[in-house]
Design a protein around this ligand. Structure first.
Ligand code: AMP
Ligand code: ZN
Length: 138
């Protein structure tokens, strides 16, 4: 289902023009207007889901299969040396458009720091506590 006031619904369903590099019944893949690198693309499902939390399993699975297919296209056509697949959920994680999308960011040798974080530190106790929280039966 489409959401009327959602810009990515409107793009995915062809109501707003975009530079489309792939389209099928379930997805449209477009070039990002503010590319992190040459060829930065977005996989947009045509049905609205605001984030991974409400994405149907079937769409989640198909999106990754499509990412795999396009990874080869980006490598073969653009000659990139690597690829980041990025997916943000919620403002705290940097999501700016609340319609699920996968970023495909082709990487080139020496293209700079794009997705790096500073490795943190955790004690053995902290790691054990998190593991317990995430695995205990509720
Ligand atoms: P995120 O921050 O993960 O929600 O990513 C949103 C992405 O959508 C950003 O990289 C924007 O540059 C991109 N974007 C926003 N509006 C458009 C648009 N109309 N066409 C193409 N890309 C867009
Ligand atoms: Zn939408």
């Amino acid at each position: 289902m489409k959401k009327e006031d959602c810009i990515f619904c409107r793009i995915a369903n062809g109501e707003i023009p975009s530079r489309t590099i792939y389209e099928d019944q379930k997805f449209r893949v477009i070039l990002d207007l503010n590319p992190a690198t040459k060829g930065h693309s977005l996989i947009l499902p045509k049905d609205h889901a605001s984030s991974l939390y409400d994405l149907p399993d079937e769409t989640a699975a198909a999106a990754l299969v499509l990412a795999k297919k396009l990874a080869s296209v980006l490598r073969d056509r653009l000659g990139c040396d690597g690829l980041n697949v990025v997916q943000n959920n919620g403002e705290a994680a940097g999501q700016t458009v609340p319609h699920f999308h996968l970023h495909l960011i082709p990487r080139y040798e020496n293209d700079g720091k794009i997705l790096e974080w500073t490795p943190g530190k955790a004690t053995e106790e902290e790691l054990d506590e998190i593991k317990e929280k995430l695995t205990k039966q509720v």
